[in-house]
Structures are given as C-alpha cells and as structure tokens.
Design a protein around this ligand. Structure first.
Ligand SMILES: [Zn+2]
Ligand SMILES: [Zn+2]
Length: 785
C-alpha cells in the first residue's frame, strides 16, 4: 500500500454483474460522498476503481462496494491492491472515465457479465404517465435501474457505443442528465427521450388498415386495430410479438388459425396484479414473481369465470399471465384497459422474429399491422415462463429477464466449455471456472431457422462474455442437430452426456449438490446408454457419472415419432406390446380396453397390432411421458396431440378437480437388476373402472396419485439400499405441477430431501446446463488422473 502522508491510494477491481446496472454512477456518488479523489471505469467486463483518500474512507469504500451496491448488481469479488503509478491528487474529485478494453479473450481472460433486460422501474413509470414530464408517454424511457440490456449489447465494456443505441445522438437535455452524477440517469447507456431517441412506426399490411404513421399516431393506429379485433405484430424487447384482444373470441381464433397453433395455450398480458387476480388465483409468492424485475409469464390456476376468450388457453390446468415489462407495453395495457394475448412473433416452432425486414416477411400473413421502431434488437430473447412449485419460483422457459444472468457450477470448469444442449426447447450453455451462462430459449432445434438462431446467439454471447470453448459437451443422440454441431466444432475435446443424467445433474448442480444423490428423470424421450429410448428413470448419480437403478415398463412406439404425435397410437403400443412383465394380465387389459379399441379406426388398430407383433418400426421406450399420453388417450381426452405434452396437460387438468383421489393398483418387479414399474395392473384397473362408469376425472387423479406413490416407493427403496437422502427431480414430466408437488410431499414425508429445478427449466431447456455441470466435473477428474 502506497502511503502519501495520511493518504492511501488503491486500485479496486469489482467483478460480477456490475455493468449495465448503474454501478459506475453508484461508485462515483460513493467516492464523492466519502471525500475521495479518483475515478471509476469499465475495463472489459470488470469495474476498476482508482482512488485516494484517508485510510478510513478507503476502507469504507471497499466495504460499501458490496453492501450498498445497486439492486440489480451482483458483486462476486472485490479485489484491493496498491495503486501503481501516480495517485489522484488531493482535491481533484471523483469521476467516471472512459472505458478500457482488456486483452482479447484468451487463456487469461475472465467471464464478462451483462445483466438481463430489466422491467420498467416505478420511477420511470411515474414519469411515463405524468403529463408534465418531458418523457410523458415516451415508449422508450429507461434509467440506470431499468430498460434494455442483453438485447441491445454488442460487446463489453457496456457503453452506449457498444449497444444498438449508438445510432441515436443524445439531445442536450439527455446529455446533461447522462453527465450529472446526481441524476438518476447518470451513465444510463440507453438514455433517450422523444427528441432524440427511438420512435414508433406503424406499417399496415395488405389486409390491415392503410394508415401509416410515427410516434403517437403509430401507437394509436395499433390500438385502434386491436380494439377492432385485429392482430398486431409488435416489436418488443427481445423480438416481435403478436398481440390481440384476449376477450375477443373471433380475434383469438383468427390468430390461432394464422399461427398454425390450434390448441397450445397463449400467454395473456394484464395491466397489473388486480387484473391478474380477476383471471387467476395469485398467491403471495406468485405475485412476487409476476412483479419481479424479470417480469416472466407466470403459470397460474385460472378462475373458471374469467373474462378471457375460451380459446386463449383451452383445457389446461394453468393459464400464463404476465405484466407489462417495457414502457410500450405499459402504454398499450393502460390505453386498451383489457387483457391482451401477447405471444411470440413466429409461425408455430420457428424462432421469434427480431429483424424488421424478416418480421415483415415472415409475419405478413399473421398480422394486420406492424408496430415497430428504429431501435435494433441485437439478440433474440423470447418471454420467459415461470411458476411457483412448493412455494418456490421455478422456471419453465428461461429467456428475457433471466438469461444471461450467470449460474454457478458446483465443480469449476478448468477450461472454457460449451454445452450444446438437446433438441427440444433448446438452449446452450457456455462456462468457465465456476460460472455458467445459459443462453436464451430458442425453440425446437429441428429446422434450419432455429439452427441459425442458435448459432447467432452462441456466437454473440461467447464473444460478449469472452468464452472461447475448448471442450464441447453434447447429448448421446447422434441424430440431434446439436450433437452434429458439436461433432463438427474444432475443439480439444468432446464429452457425451446421457440425456437423463444431464436432467438430474441440472437440478443437482443448481442446488450445489456435489456428492451422490438419487436422480429421478421423467420426460418424453431421450437416448439411453443401452440404445433404447429412456424417459422414466431413477439413477444413482453424482456430477461425473450415474448408474441406472430403476425404470418404467417399456412399450413400443408404433411408427416412432408418429406415436408421439398420436397418443391413441401410443396407447395401442402399451396394450399390444407393453413389456410383458405379466402375460396373464395382458389378456385382461385387452378385454377391458374393448370400448377404446372399438372407438378407433379398425384399420389403424389392425395395422398397429401387426407392427407391434412383427417389431416393425417400433422403437421401445421406458418413458413416463408416453405413459401419461397413453392414459390420456385411454380416458378419451386426446387421440392426437398438436404440441408436445398436450395430452398429458389435458390429463393434469382433468385430474385437478379430485385432489384426494385414491391411487390405482401398481407393482414393482425386478428385471436385470433394475427395479421396474409395471403399469399393467394400473392400466387394467383404470380401464375396468372406466368401463364400469367411473368418472374419468377421478381416474386421471388416481393415475397421478399412482405415479407419485410409485416414485416415492422407488426412491425410498433406493435410498435405503444406497444410504442416500437427496433426491433430484427433473425432466419434462416434472412440469406436471400436481405430480411434482405430490412427489415432493411424499418424499419429505419419507424422510428424504427432494430438490426440483428452479433457476433452469426441468424440461429440455435445462439440458445444456446439466451437460456443462457434468463436463466440468469430468474434465476436473481427468486432470487429477
Ligand atoms: Zn427506470
Ligand atoms: Zn433526449
């Protein structure tokens, strides 16, 4: 430490999420308040403070950098060292200086962090609706506490010149606020006002109204169209959205037809908590999630008498609601005073449109007009989806407002790595040391457009955070586009991670579990290490490896993917070819299924029976998700599924009215050293009860209770045998809220410690993070020999 009389001079480096959150303004105010001389700047992804003053004031500075940091900052590390070179002279004051850029990302580089986009803060909201304010009704107002971040950043350090705001020259008034340390917009990089910032623009389509216009006219044109039942393509924060009146049955129906989305529920945006409560039941934890700065879509139990159109979310146990997250959305909701359908701007499974020309082309047939603007969206961030499970927030889709916030890795990655994820609900993860950054949800990686979106997001995010991967982790499935991408990547090493190991590892890793645990992975399908498809698995695992100890009974998928799209066909697979654990009951099951078989086309039944008997195009799967599909079909709910999980979701909804339904018969058998849940007895009881006139809702609930009981029994047995207590529950089937809550309660009651995914989705959106956690642990183990 350098002593200059009673003065000391220090260099302080602050790491974490410290850029784009008002950190430099905070340091500047702090330095001035403590009477220090010096400066603060962004250097690469780090904030560097050089200051001189009394020992006491310098100590206070170092401490308060942590304790008093802005709400959205995450201070990971504060490093104090002596200041080399000349110390700031006494009385020169404290200021923010020009950013510097660290050495390009190489072996010595560190992960740079940018915050996710931040929902409009209360103070900005007050200005938005204050007729006396110069930003009254300005759709792009923001401050150091709120506004766009990840969607507009090109590179670090985070400065206006490295965001898509660089094309807008600040007016004198904005420049003065930006330069004034006492102003709440001091160094707010996306600062803007009606005089100098982005402007709204309206473009009609062929079938929409002819009027064009900018600014207030554009907003008015869009609102008029929505009032008349039209569909507006709105340029949101991380991509285009399609918007219509959620109370207008015809408008919602039109959107469904145009979007080729017959049944999958739409999210609804409401003006505030009061409006949300008119549509759904909102607990305190759910209200906190709705109003959080990330502003996710929150899945809530709907009120039966809700005023939204029936086709908004038909036959589902939960409705997705969210609150406005940008000034533009606040204006729309306030002006229209009704709930709005706000859904991703794409055709079914394509990535959400972000580029104006691309949106104009792809959404022309979907929207009656475009409400756009001239602020470029650099990175695609779809709306996030979350819910509350057993009292705690849990993400279902992680994108805007959450990504690219870092998530810790329990075992640090010794070299920079990329995990390419799975296929459906795709995400990727880049990681280095103890930090993993999960990229935003991009949709199902099954077509060129999604592949391009993945590659663009990956290239940009790796560059921004400075991670150049040397190792790539991927799924075992050779047919996934993500696996093929990994195979072609020029890297030092490749690590294959089994799908369900990745699922349970994602849960273990986010909870910091480094030892052995019981992993329960229930999902649709993933490739197992024995060449069959898995999906109802119990593993004994740690971060490095796993051993399969139990599974669901297998059934053929007649026609492969065709059986996934048609639950009725999947049901035939169970009836004709479900694992013959007990041949005697097979005949009884077929007899009890006579009404179901009689309902289906005779030809289909005969064809499937032949396919199963001959084993033609019938891959087998031990999948929990497929069993839920089959039961939904047997109960007459859905013969076909228009989206993944539709039948299972309908089954959960049907079960909702019967919380105390008794479980159906079930049994566990042993096969090749594995404990196997044989569903034959369950299916037989279900079919016989149905034939005898039992309420299908009671049977749906009974089936849920059965799977929960089976799961608790499997875990209890494995726990006793292996002397384990921690159970990590993951996989897409764990999206089933009533199932997961029953299982969690049952496991707790059995003295075990259940954990569920919270920060990454339990569905395939969390696969990449699980792969990263496993790969990091394996690299570490290999390095130790
Ligand atoms: Zn604000
Ligand atoms: Zn201005």
């Amino acid at each position: 430490m350098q002593m200059i009389g009673a003065r000391v001079a220090h260099r302080i480096e602050v790491r974490g999420t410290v850029q784009g959150v008002g950190f430099r303004p905070f340091v500047c105010r702090l330095g001035r308040g403590l009477g220090l001389d010096g400066c603060v700047r962004n250097d690469g992804g780090v904030v560097v403070v050089e200051a001189a003053g009394s020992i006491e004031a310098m100590r206070a500075l170092a401490a308060r950098l942590r304790t008093d940091a802005p709400a959205q900052a995450r201070v990971a590390d504060v490093r104090v060292s002596a200041l080399n070179g000349s110390a700031p002279a006494t009385g020169t004051g404290f200021r923010v200086v020009r950013s510097t850029r660290r050495r390009p990302a190489g072996t010595g580089a560190e992960v740079g962090l940018i915050p996710p986009d931040l929902g409009t803060c209360d103070r900005c909201l007050t200005e938005l609706f204050d007729p006396g304010d110069r930003r009254y009704r300005y759709a792009f107002l923001n401050c150091t506490d709120c506004g766009p971040r990840a969607t507009i950043v090109d590179a670090l350090p985070y400065d206006r010149v490295r965001t898509t705001m660089r094309r807008f020259d600040m007016c004198a008034a904005c420049a003065a606020e930006y330069a004034d340390p006492a102003d709440r917009r001091f160094h707010a990089e996306p600062i803007a006002c009606p005089a100098c910032g982005p402007r709204l623009a309206w473009h009609a389509t062929d079938h929409g109204p002819a009027a064009g216009g900018h600014g207030a006219d554009a907003l008015a044109a869009a609102e008029a169209l929505i009032r008349r039942g039209g569909v507006v393509a709105l340029k949101g924060l991380g991509g285009y959205q399609l918007v219509c009146d959620a109370t207008d049955e015809a408008a919602v129906a039109r959107l469904r037809i145009r979007k080729h989305r017959p049944a999958k529920p739409f999210a609804v945006m409401v003006s505030g908590l009061g409006a949300a409560r008119r549509l759904a039941h909102v607990s305190a934890a759910e209200a906190a999630l709705l109003t959080s700065v990330a502003r996710p879509i929150v899945l809530l139990a709907p009120r039966p008498e809700r005023p939204t159109a029936g086709s908004v979310a038909p036959g589902v146990p939960r409705i997705g609601l969210f609150l406005p997250n940008t000034p533009l959305h606040h204006l729309l909701l306030a002006d229209l005073a009704r709930p709005l359908v706000v859904t991703s701007g794409n055709v079914s499974d394509e990535p959400i449109a972000i580029d104006d020309a691309d949106a104009r082309r792809r959404l022309a047939g979907l929207a009656d007009g475009f409400l756009g603007h001239d602020r470029v969206i650099r990175s695609r961030y779809d709306d996030s989806v979350a819910r509350v499970v057993a009292g705690r927030p849990s993400l279902v889709r992680r994108a805007r407002g959450y990504s690219p916030e870092p998530i810790g890795l329990p075992v640090a990655a010794p070299e920079p790595l990329l995990a390419v994820g799975g296929q459906l609900k795709h995400t990727f993860t880049v990681a280095r040391d103890g930090t993993a950054i999960v990229g935003p949800h991009t949709g199902d990686l099954e077509q060129q457009a999604t592949m391009e979106a993945f590659e663009a997001n990956l290239a940009r995010l790796s560059r921004v955070v400075g991670v150049t991967p040397r190792v790539v982790a991927h799924d075992l499935h050779p047919g996934y586009l993500s696996t093929r991408y990994a195979a072609a990547l020029p890297v030092r090493g490749r690590i294959g991670v089994q799908h369900h190991h990745a699922h349970v590892a994602s849960c273990a890793a986010e909870h910091g579990v480094t030892g052995r645990y019981i992993g329960v992975a229930y999902d649709g399908l993933g490739l197992g290490d024995d060449g069959t498809l898995w999906g109802g698995e119990v593993l004994v695992a740690d971060l490095v490896s796993y051993r399969r100890v139990a599974r669901f009974g297998r059934a053929p998928l007649p026609g492969g993917a065709a059986a996934v799209r048609r639950p009725a066909r999947m049901a035939l697979g169970y009836l004709f070819g479900g694992e013959p654990l007990d041949e005697r009951s097979r005949a009884a099951v077929l007899r009890a299924a006579a009404p179901f078989l009689g309902r289906l086309p005779e030809r289909e039944v005969a064809t499937v029976r032949r396919m199963v008997a001959q084993g033609v195009n019938c891959p087998v799967a031990s999948s929990a998700g497929r069993l839920f599909d089959a039961v939904a079909a047997l109960l007459g709910l859905r013969d076909d599924a228009t989206y993944e999980g539709e039948a299972a979701v309908a089954l959960e909804a049907l079960a909702g009215g019967h919380p105390a339904a008794p479980e159906l018969p079930w049994r566990l058998v042993t096969r090749d050293d594995l404990i196997v849940y044989d569903p034959t007895a369950t299916l037989l009881a279900l079919l016989e009860a149905l034939r005898d006139g039992t309420d299908p809702g009671l049977l749906a609930a009974g089936f849920h209770a059965t799977v929960a009981a089976v799961t608790v029994a499997l875990c209890a047995e494995v726990a006793a045998r292996e002397r384990l207590r921690t159970v990590c529950l993951s996989g897409g089937v764990m999206q089933n809220q009533s199932l997961v809550e029953t299982v969690v309660a049952g496991l707790s009651g059995a003295g075990l410690e259940p954990l569920v995914n919270e920060r990454v989705p339990g569905n395939d959106g969390g696969i990449s993070y699980g792969q990263a956690a496993v790969a990091a642990a394996r690299i570490r183990m290999d390095a130790r020999g």
